[in-house]
Structure formats: C-alpha cells, structure tokens
Design a protein around this ligand. Structure first.
Ligand code: SF4
Ligand code: FES
Length: 154
C-alpha cells in the first residue's frame, strides 16, 4: 500500500521503539514494529494521521476525544493514547475476543498477557495482531509480511 506510515528513522524492527505526539489534552504513541499498515487511521481521520508528512501525526488536527476514538480502532495496538486533560480513559473490553482475518493475522482485543516459550512475559497488551502465516519477523506479532508473500489460509 502507498502512504504507509514508515520512514528510515522509524525502524520497524526495533522492539519497543515508539514515537510520541502530544499536546495538552492527549499524548498518542505509535510503535512502528506493531503497525500492520491497514490504514484505518489515515483513511478515517486524515486531518490527524498523515503518512506523507513528518511528523505523520498532527496532534492538533482534531479534538482529543475524536483522536482517542480513532486510536481505539487501531487493530494492531500500534497506536495508543493517554489523556492529559483528566478525561476518563475507557477501560479495555472485559472479554478477550480473537478475530481471524481472512488470509491475515489474528486480531486480539481485551487484556492479554503474552508469554514466550520460556514463560517470560513478553508484554501485557489490550489490542494486538498476532501472526498466523508464520513468516513475521516480529513474532508473535504480525508485521504485514502475510501480504507481501501472498499468504492464503487453508
Ligand atoms: S490503524 Fe494502526 S495498524 Fe493501521 S496503519 Fe494506523 S497505526 Fe498502523
Ligand atoms: S499474519 Fe501477518 S505477518 Fe504473519
């Protein structure tokens, strides 16, 4: 897809690397390694999410409420936010749901503790996309490789 929110400075493969965009009402973080470039953010709220620009998040392009609403829809959990104006943060869903995307990742919603094979906590997360094709270079997370390799689910 064109217009992907990446550049060399935001290397996808550095775990935990995050960018922060803030004003007095809200701070939005973006973790490039988790972004699967499905584009909900820049299609639905182009006043704020502008992959052709640097910085690509125009934090003053909409109200904090509208930005928070959009960030919650990021399927990979790459976008997150913290309210700085005292507005109540919406609690994560009480149930965990997993949606199998056609020829794509498993979309997880709800608080999950991801543990590695050694039992160590990888991270606690409330939204993420897990690799189903087996080819992600950022396992257990999807990194959109399924699209490049033309993964077809059985
Ligand atoms: S909605 Fe999330 S996963 Fe999709 S392009 Fe935006 S940041 Fe990336
Ligand atoms: S399902 Fe997306 S990289 Fe494997």
């Amino acid at each position: 897809m064109d217009n992907q929110p990446t550049d060399e400075a935001e290397a996808r493969q550095q775990p935990g690397v995050a960018r922060v965009y803030r004003n007095e009402q809200i701070a939005v973080t973006w973790e490039p390694a988790l972004c699967i470039h499905v584009g909900h953010c820049f299609r639905d709220l182009p006043e704020v999410f502008q992959p052709q620009n640097r910085p690509w998040v125009n934090i003053n392009g909409a109200t904090a409420d509208r930005i928070a609403e959009q960030v919650r829809k990021c399927p990979s959990g790459a976008l997150r936010f913290v309210r700085l104006d005292g507005a109540a943060a919406e609690p994560p869903p009480s149930e965990v749901t997993i949606d199998v995307r056609p020829n794509g990742p498993l979309l997880v919603k709800g608080t999950v503790h991801l543990r590695g094979a050694d039992g160590q906590l990888i991270r606690e997360i409330t939204q993420c996309a897990l690799c189903r094709c087996g080819h992600s270079e950022n396992k257990p997370f999807c990194d959109a490789t399924h699209r490049r390799i033309g993964f077809r689910a059985p």
